[in-house]
Design a protein around this ligand. Structure first.
Ligand SMILES: [Cu+2]
Length: 370
């Protein structure tokens, strides 16, 4: 199949499924948001862009995914830090213990489109594990799924703790305890590393793993480190969000039909992320996409500083509005709308096809959030 043919086929699948699966039609975002309430509802075919050509007229799915049934909400995932249980080791160091359970679960990734996922703690992406540099981490991993799984962390650890076949792989019904120090600080990820690897990852077995810098270890940039350290007054000034870019191959042809941030296609187009105009924004961006080698984030009407992998306290890129990430690449974006007027500001993958198939969202910049 040629390049154009593939694209037509992928779009037909999403649009066809949305219509057949949920009895819905596709309308423009402007209509959905009520900006064109007087206009007739557009009749959309698989590739039709009919409808009022006003406002943010983007083709998106109609209706909403049932977050309660899913057991997770893409918006809640933005700020849902899993901190584990904290205790002290005999030498006085902090021990942070997390429990993660693998289980099979059918999830809804677009209205009416179900996907047979393999999950960590029943959600995709898995829990955002957040620790502080230098702590001892203990990950109690239980496999209640139907396949063998692992937790492989992007971080520094011993071979025995690598979470690959032969080192921490867990049979269904089994359990393994991974233990290592939280380092280096940064924006990382974990994922299953069982074989076939791309299938295990793509089924939903990944999550963000954030290690906050310890300000005492970075006297030259202590203020920046404090602003990253969850719980400090400096950190509270920031509006922090985790965005895990992912996709789903719903017909198992090794191509994605759905793209998203935090799993649900177009979620943040329908439910813009409220942002206080006066406070800075920090995004922990992780690319967990399989099958496509590159993903990206483009921010409209603004520019950001970028910290590749989050492992530095000074930006690795300054004043950019688009960042690309290869598979498993991640980083921290920092920006502000303090000099902007309030309103809706878009962000999306700049691979236009990804955006149209779900990887698109909005910030709702307001004067103040509660
Ligand atoms: Cu797995």
């Amino acid at each position: 199949m040629g390049w154009i043919g593939e694209r037509l086929s992928r779009r037909r699948l999403l649009f066809g499924s949305a219509v057949a699966g949920a009895g819905t039609a596709l309308v423009s975002l402007a209509t959905l948001r009520g900006a064109a309430q007087t206009a007739p509802a557009p009749v959309a075919g698989p590739l039709c862009t009919a409808g009022p050509h006003i406002g943010h007229g983007n083709m998106i799915t109609v209706g909403d995914v049932d977050s309660k049934r899913n057991g997770f909400d893409p918006a809640a995932i933005l700020t849902d830090w899993e901190r584990g249980e904290v205790s002290s080791l005999p030498d006085g160091r902090t021990l942070r213990t997390f429990e993660v359970v693998a289980e099979d679960k059918e999830i809804e990734i677009a209205p009416g489109i179900l996907f047979p996922a393999w999950t960590f703690n029943g959600r995709v992406p898995g829990p955002t594990l957040r620790a502080t540099e230098g702590e001892r981490l203990r990950l109690v991993f239980k496999n209640r799924g139907s396949h063998v799984h692992t937790m492989h962390f992007h971080g520094i650890h011993s071979a025995r703790m690598d979470g690959i076949p032969g080192a921490g792989e867990v049979l269904p019904g089994g359990e393994f305890v991974y233990e290592f120090d939280a380092r280096p600080f940064g924006c990382h990820l974990y994922h299953c590393h069982s074989l076939p690897l791309k299938r295990h990852i793509h089924k939903g077995m990944y999550g963000a793993f954030i290690v906050d810098p310890d300000p005492a270890r970075h006297p030259e940039h202590a203020a920046v480190a404090r602003s990253r350290l969850l719980g400090t007054p400096e950190n509270k000034e920031w509006q922090e969000f985790v965005m895990v870019m992912n996709g789903f191959d719903t017909d198992f042809d090794k191509k994605n039909e759905i793209y998203a941030v935090n799993t649900v296609a177009h979620h943040f187009s329908k439910h813009p992320i409220r942002v206080d105009r006066r406070r800075p924004v920090r995004i922990y961006l992780v690319n967990a996409l399989e099958f496509d080698p590159i993903n990206s984030l483009h921010l409209h009407a603004n520019f950001f500083d970028y910290y590749d992998h989050g492992t530095t306290l000074t930006p690795t890129l300054r004043t950019v509005d688009t960042i690309m990430q290869c598979q498993a690449q991640r980083g921290i974006l920092e920006f502000s709308y303090h000099a902007h007027e309030t309103g809706l500001y878009m962000f999306h993958a700049h691979q236009s096809e990804f955006a149209e198939l779900g990887w698109m969202g909005m910030f709702d910049v307001v004067e103040a959030t509660a």
